[in-house]
Design a protein around this ligand. Structure first.
Ligand code: ZN
Ligand code: ZN
Length: 249
């Protein structure tokens, strides 16, 4: 315990030193960040974040703007037949939130995770939803992992598990066995078709039917990837499967 406290003390001290020499700039607009309040977003950009609060779609977490819709399903999920129980997302993927995801995913900006952890805290009910569950990141194919050097969904699951605390843990039972081409321009049906058999649970692993698994991905688009992962988890014995993404939209 004492060692942990010393570690925290040193980290704070090193951060103060770093901030003096290299004042942090906003990841989105490059103006100066107030390091006491945030890590990598300036106050105006932080205010522009659309943190999701209810009411929202229970399948993907997308907010119902202005209306008091109580339908379970939003327009994004209309044709989705979810293989999971429910879903949450921390932010709508516009402006500064989009920049954070793009920089994390494509520009190696793993230092942004501390800002993302802070946003996860600020999004109403997001950490409560994750707390106590086993977080399972959507895996990258080994070839892509070699190329990128890290799996952004694994990093997100790690920071979410840390900030949620209370027994929330990270596990990686899944692997990606088919290297699908980029899916960005494809419709839902083609995506789902391409992903068939793309994920499996590591050989010999059986999952506890009493455990709650929450699949973690950076972005919710059509839900096709999360659906395919949920099927793989269920085949290995999981019964309670939910999903969570950092951004949506
Ligand atoms: Zn800014
Ligand atoms: Zn939805």
């Amino acid at each position: 315990m004492e060692r942990q406290q010393r570690g925290r003390h040193w980290r704070r001290w090193l951060r103060a030193l770093r901030d003096t020499w290299f004042p942090p700039v906003c990841a989105h607009c490059r103006s100066l960040v107030d390091p006491v309040r945030r890590h990598h977003l300036c106050e105006p950009c932080a205010r522009r974040l659309h943190r999701v609060a209810g009411p929202h779609c229970t399948t993907c977490g997308y907010p119902f703007f202005g209306d008091t819709a109580t339908d379970r399903v939003c327009e994004h999920c209309f044709e989705l037949e979810p293989e999971f129980r429910e879903g949450r997302t921390a932010v709508v993927l516009r402006g500064p939130a989009r920049t954070l995801v793009i920089d994390l995913k494509y520009h190696g900006a793993t230092h942004l995770l501390e800002e993302i952890g802070l946003i996860a805290r600020e999004a109403e009910g997001f950490l409560d939803y994750l707390r106590g569950a086993t977080l399972v990141p959507v895996p990258l194919h080994p070839r892509k992992l070699r190329e990128r050097g890290y799996n952004q969904s694994r990093l997100l699951a790690g920071i979410f598990a840390r900030v949620a605390g209370s027994g929330t843990r990270l596990a990686e039972p899944l692997r990606r066995v088919v290297d699908t081409p980029t899916q960005t321009r494809l419709d839902r049906r083609t995506r789902q078709e391409n992903l068939k058999g793309a994920f499996e649970v590591r050989r010999g692993r059986r999952l506890d039917p009493a455990e709650r698994f929450v699949l973690i991905d950076d972005v919710f688009t059509t839900g096709a990837t999360l659906n395919t992962c949920a099927v793989a988890l269920r085949r290995a014995g999981a019964r309670v499967i939910d999903v969570a993404t950092f951004g949506h939209g």
